[in-house]
Design a protein around this ligand. Sequence first.
Ligand SMILES: Nc1ncnc2c1ncn2[C@@H]1O[C@H](COP(=O)(O)OP(=O)(O)OP(=O)(O)O)[C@@H](O)[C@H]1O
Length: 305
Amino acid sequence: MNEDIAIKIADLTKSFGSNTAVNHFTLDIRRGELFGLVGPDGAGKTTMMRMLTSIMLPTSGEAWVAGHSIIKDSAALKEKIGYMAQRFGLYEDLTVMENLIFYADLFGVPTRERPGRFERLLGFSNLTPFKTRLAGRLSGGMKQKLGLACALVHTPEILFLDEPTNGVDPVSRRDFWKILYDLLRDGITIFVSTAYLDEAERCTRIGLMHKGRLLIHDQPQTVKKSLGMPMFQLWTSQSRQAADEIIHLDGVRRVSTYGDSLHIAVERKEVMESVSQILNAQGFEVKGEREILPSLEDVFISMVQ
Ligand SMILES: Nc1ncnc2c1ncn2[C@@H]1O[C@H](COP(=O)(O)OP(=O)(O)OP(=O)(O)O)[C@@H](O)[C@H]1O
């Protein structure tokens, strides 16, 4: 396998009875990428993570992680990866330090290497003052960082994070992403799943997943440009009613409300003139409009409609 490729996914499929959770998924992820698998609940992200971490076998297809087959080389593969499952995989009745020791035992981290490594992991996660606190008594953000520290205890090459910031406050989310960038600078490859599109923007590359299928994969900016039609933001009174008024106009492809404004995808820029005319004629006050780059949400919605 090409040395540059950290993860190679070839036609991977997983079915549960008649439900196909991951459907003929093919993708290469290079070393040093921060790849975001993005999709709504039930898209198949967790199933994908479980297969790539060799916890669950595929129905068909194959994948290689750090050069090891997920089907044939499970043990070797697990030594090369760190995995933080949803809810962080912690033992709540163990202390912070005991959780680290548990994972160090699990991965056979040599005793002589532990003091230095624990100190570093506790340091970057700001958990040094809480070494003796029970994991169950940590805040959500602290649990998340401890989960990450445990996933890194054996210095993996590739880190898998399944919706790591779910239910975590915004400040902790921001701190967490700072840590991920530090890890990336150290050369680790990161595969993260998220349902948050603002987080997807922070990845070097993303894949949009829907109903088990990979719809598109590229850099976030390129994905946004892929919408292939002009997008406008328009501020008006009663934006919801205004949206109903223009959605059926010729040349209007999509309308969604964003607070007190509308995002309108049109076939041609000129269509916006008739949009403004109709809104004014119907008594809506058009307060302003500007052309914008579509958001990832705009692209995602247009692809799944
Ligand atoms: N062990 C299982 N047995 C049966 N069906 C399953 C199993 N695991 C997942 N599924 C189904 O597969 C589909 C994809 O689920 P999956 O958990 O992978 O999605 P997800 O994108 O990670 O969403 P979530 O964030 O809700 O976990 C869903 O329809 C789910 O019900």
